[in-house]
Design a binder for this molecule. Structure first.
Ligand SMILES: Nc1ncnc2c1ncn2[C@@H]1O[C@H](COP(=O)(O)OP(=O)(O)O)[C@@H](O)[C@H]1O
Ligand SMILES: [Mg+2]
Length: 328
């Protein structure tokens, strides 16, 4: 399943993503963690040294390789150059799986050993001014979106994306790519306003969105979030001394995380697992087509000089291949 942590800068997306990844790894679940946050800190939060985190390959830099691999022998995609971040897979495309070796992982993923278990980590690479501008096709997050759209994931395997809740994820279809989106919010007006904006975009696309209150200090904080967020409030996390120790570069063993925070992580997992059971591969595929057509028209056709709508394979549904040979 695919899970995103979003929220405003400083809310605790990276912290909670990393804790959730550690939780999953501790139960020996296969995990691909993806750092798509503007500030690339997930590696450090998973215990990498500055040098190790700095040496992570950047997905953005490997975009040509990613496109070339995923395109495979799909006759509707004439070249990697005409492939944009929303180009959907079709007959002949290569699909990705959580548990496999492939050239995309080889180029872009690194194994991170945690005190309990190990995971794969991928990172978009640091963002520049150009990435954050209006020209959304420069987006490094596009590499992540392409991979998610070509990824066939099962119930017991996890892709966890640490992601900024920026306009970029709305312009593309990125925000619709997850079985569960955890919006991390501090009990502040700003934290809650990011939630409202996200909810507004999410409404028309059936996005499963739950709020994780972070840095919640007492009954006042909890009341505030309950009032502002209502039923979407899934769980709250308080200040964690374990997290603070980790920030000092001295992470205690993960099983020493505060029991209430272990419990919060179990709640997140239960919610994500339940949401995956509603996965509708046809809807998942038709949403990527929807956003692709939108992008084709607004900038993609012009940029590539091709008719990108013709890349859509009308009979294709992402999913495990059946005996009959149809994807589903
Ligand atoms: N529950 C928590 N307990 C203690 N410190 C926290 C907690 N959540 C976040 N922090 C700290 O707050 C800062 C911002 O968190 P971070 O996860 O980097 O935010 P984001 O990724 O949303 O920008 C970090 O220094 C982090 O260690
Ligand atoms: Mg962050």
């Amino acid at each position: 399943m695919k899970i995103a942590f979003v929220g405003k800068g400083g809310s605790g997306k990276t912290t909670l993503s990393s804790l959730f990844v550690r939780h999953l790894a501790a139960t020996e679940s296969p995990v691909v963690a993806v750092d798509a946050d503007i500030n690339q800190h997930l590696g450090a939060a998973l215990g990498l040294t500055e040098a190790e985190a700095g040496a992570l390959p950047a997905m953005g830099a490997h975009l040509p390789l990613i496109k070339e691999y995923l395109r495979g022998s799909n006759p509707r995609i004439s070249s990697a150059e005409t492939m944009i971040k929303t180009t959907p897979p079709g007959e002949g495309s290569r699909l990705l799986r959580v548990r496999e070796e492939n050239p995309v992982y080889e180029a872009c993923a690194r194994t991170v050993r945690l005190d309990a278990g190990e995971i794969r980590l991928m990172a978009t690479g640091p963002f520049t001014e150009a990435d954050l501008g209006v020209a959304c096709y420069h987006s490094k997050v596009g590499a992540v979106e392409l991979c998610l759209n070509h990824l066939v994931d099962g119930a017991d395997e996890y892709v966890v994306v640490d992601m900024t809740a920026g306009s970029d994820s709305f312009a593309s279809g990125m925000f619709t790519r997850f079985d569960m989106t955890f919006l991390v919010a501090e009990p502040t007006r700003k934290g809650v306003s990011v939630y409202r904006q996200y909810k507004e975009y999410a409404r028309d696309f059936g996005v499963a969105l739950k709020v994780v209150g972070n840095k919640v200090q007492g009954p006042d904080d909890l009341d505030f979030l309950r009032e502002e967020v209502g039923e979407d409030l899934l769980v709250t996390v308080g200040h964690s001394d374990w997290v603070r120790a980790m920030e000092k570069g001295r992470p205690p063993r993960f099983d020493l995380l505060e029991p209430e925070n272990h419990e919060a992580l179990r709640t997140l997992r239960t919610a994500a697992d339940a949401s995956y059971r509603n996965r509708d591969w046809e809807r998942y595929t038709s949403q990527m087509v929807h956003f692709h057509l939108r992008n084709a028209e607004s900038w993609g056709n012009e940029k590539t000089g091709a008719d990108l709508a013709a890349q859509v394979d009308p009979g294709f549904v992402l999913g495990e291949p059946t005996v009959a040979g149809n994807a589903h």
